[in-house]
Structure formats: structure tokens, C-alpha cells
Ligand binder design. Structure first.
Ligand code: NAP
Length: 295
């Protein structure tokens, strides 16, 4: 069994990006510039955005963080957020930007996603990018699925003709990953099944998978009896569970019962240190792609 080291792969990719950025700067080109909008103080979002800012530094990018306060007593006016998105859309110095999700309930998330110019949508969430991705056109790929595909590529895990089962059909993980792995491409050419909360005989379907992807947000949901011997298991889940031994008071748990499942696998991603670091890497790759598009 091989543990897929997302931390190492992401460090390698960030080093590759940094080399390209320095070569661009030496040619007199601008550093790629990623901006992020953060609304409120959600613990997870604060951490993700801090990691994104740090990754920008590692890649030699310029980064800008725009923060908005929003509380129940003083909710952010959605018009103010939209005005900032318009400003970033129009700013020639900004190559790409993200609005960190989730947003407070009173803000229409889909309207925000659609307000970002597709050419600057480095999260790959805009319907134009989603549509292009589904028909195999060049676009910004959704970051987490792109990170998973990159792991499969770098570990030489064959996908052609293989049975992939994805548990979870969210717009940010399950659906775009299914679209990418069913493309006539490499990695790709897989036979993909997407499962969700209404799926019947879920365990039987999972047992057929050569590559099983768990993206449902239910810690330890995938048990050893659901995994075919020799399968590759990709654990996307990151749920905070209480842990009194940690200073933070919590730790991250994946959707896979790692201790029981890992001995049965040929490859498996740990949590943390598997898919998570790759998501930010994909965002950096998309931002570099946005900067290149302006050359
Ligand atoms: P989501 O939007 O909550 O979607 C969860 C999906 O799982 C839904 O399609 C849901 O089915 C399905 N599901 C829930 N319970 C199920 C069950 N008992 N049996 C079968 N399917 C079930 O989740 P998400 O945003 O994709 O995130 C999933 C997990 O990945 C979370 O832990 C999240 O934190 C993590 N995540 C990690 C990264 C990373 O970078 N590592 C990135 C994104 C997400 P229905 O559609 O029928 O409701």
C-alpha cells in the first residue's frame, strides 16, 4: 500500500510554479496577482484564506486580501460585496480572485459566483467554466477535482477503462470530478458512477470501484467492507472533530475509516496531507494560467 503524499506533491508543484514566475519576472513580466475576499470570521474560512495567502508567497505571487465584517446585528450589504467584485473584475493588475465560501446566509452565493468574470474565476465555479469543463474545453478547472486528477497523474494511477465511484455530488467536488475523469483524456477515460444520499446499494457500488472517491463530509463513512482489495481510495472529507489533546481543540477527520481501509488499498490519501494541500495548489496553477493568458 502506498500513501499518497499530497503535501510533497503540492510542495513540488509550488516550487515548479515559483521557478516559472521567476523566469517570467526575469523577462520583465508582472508577477501573477491573486486577490481573495473574506466575509466574516468563519474559523475554517480564516484558515483556508491564510493558507492561500501563504501559498502565494511560496509561488512568488502578489496577493491581496479584502475583508468584510458581517454579523447578525450588522450584516454586510450584498451591494457592497458586488461593487468590490466589479472593481476586481475591472482591475488589470488582478489576474484572478476568489470569494471564500461559505458566505453568510443573507447573501446569494450563486449570484456572487456568477458576478465574477469567467476569465478571473480561478476557483472554476462560474457556470461558463463549469460548462467548458464538462465538454472538455480549456478553462479554469475546479480546484479540488483538479488536485485529485493531478495526484492520480503524478502517482501513475491508471484511469483508462477503470471503474471510478464518487460518493458525493456537490458542485465543487463530485460533479466536476466526474466530468474530468470521464473525458476522453489522460487521466480520464474512466467509467464513472456518482453516488449520493438517495443511492441504493451504496456499499455494493463502492465495492466495484478501482478508484473510490469519498466526498460526503461524514467522518469514517467508508468502511473496509466497502472497498475492493487493491483499490485506490481518495478521501476528500475534512470534518472538524473534537480532540481535547490538540491546542485547537479539534482535528480533521476524513470520510474514510483510514486504519481499517488502508491495509486493503494499493493507494490511499491521508487526512490531513492528501487532497487538502492539492486544492490550494490548483488555485495557484489557475492563477498562473490567468496571468499567462494576458501575455
Ligand atoms: P456537500 O456539498 O455537503 O455534499 C455532500 C454530498 O455527499 C452530497 O451530494 C450528499 O448527497 C452526499 N451524501 C451525504 N451523506 C450521504 C450518505 N449518507 N450517503 C451517500 N451520499 C451522501 O459536500 P462538499 O462541499 O462536496 O464536501 C464534502 C467533504 O469534502 C466535506 O468534508 C468537505 O469539508 C470536504 N472538502 C474538502 C476539500 C479539500 O480541499 N480537502 C475541498 C472541498 C470539500 P445529496 O446530494 O443527496 O445531499
Amino acid at each position: 500500500m502506498t500513501i499518497i503524499d499530497g503535501k510533497k506533491v503540492s510542495a513540488d508543484i509550488k516550487a515548479e510554479i515559483a521557478r516559472e514566475v521567476e523566469a517570467r519576472v526575469a523577462e520583465g513580466k508582472r508577477r501573477p496577482h491573486l486577490a481573495a475576499i473574506l466575509v466574516g470570521h468563519d474559523g475554517g474560512s480564516e484558515t483556508y484564506v491564510a493558507h492561500k495567502v501563504k501559498a502565494c508567497e511560496e509561488c512568488g505571487f502578489k496577493s491581496t486580501l479584502i475583508r468584510f465584517e458581517s454579523t447578525e446585528d450588522a450584516p454586510l450589504d450584498p451591494a457592497e460585496l458586488m461593487a468590490t467584485i466589479e472593481k476586481l473584475n475591472a482591475d488589470p493588475d488582478v489576474d484572478g480572485f476568489i470569494v471564500q465560501l461559505p458566505l453568510p446566509k443573507h447573501i446569494d452565493e450563486q449570484a456572487v459566483i456568477e458576478a465574477v468574470l469567467p476569465e478571473k474565476d480561478v476557483d472554476g465555479f462560474h457556470p461558463v467554466n463549469v460548462g467548458k469543463q464538462s465538454i472538455g474545453l480549456p478553462c479554469f478547472h475546479s480546484a479540488t477535482p483538479a488536485g485529485i486528477v493531478e495526484l492520480l497523474r503524478r502517482y501513475d494511477i491508471p484511469t483508462r477503462g477503470k471503474r471510478v465511484v464518487i460518493v458525493g455530488r456537490s458542485n465543487i467536488v463530485g460533479k466536476p470530478l466526474a466530468a474530468m475523469l470521464m473525458q476522453k483524456a489522460q487521466p480520464g477515460d474512466a467509467t464513472v458512477t456518482v453516488c449520493h444520499s438517495a443511492t441504493e446499494d451504496l456499499a455494493d457500488i463502492c465495492r466495484e470501484a478501482d478508484i473510490l472517491v469519498a466526498a460526503l463530509g461524514r467522518p469514517g463513512f467508508i468502511t473496509a467492507d466497502m472497498v475492493k482489495p487493491g483499490a485506490t481510495v481518495i478521501d476528500v472529507g475534512t470534518t472538524r472533530v473534537a480532540d481535547a489533546t490538540r491546542k485547537s481543540g479539534f482535528r480533521l477527520r476524513g470520510d474514510v475509516d483510514y486504519d481499517a481501509v488502508s491495509p486493503k488499498c494499493s493507494f490511499i490519501t491521508p487526512v490531513p496531507g492528501g487532497v487538502g494541500p492539492m486544492t490550494i495548489c490548483s488555485l495557484m496553477q489557475n492563477t498562473l494560467q490567468a496571468a499567462r493568458a494576458k501575455d
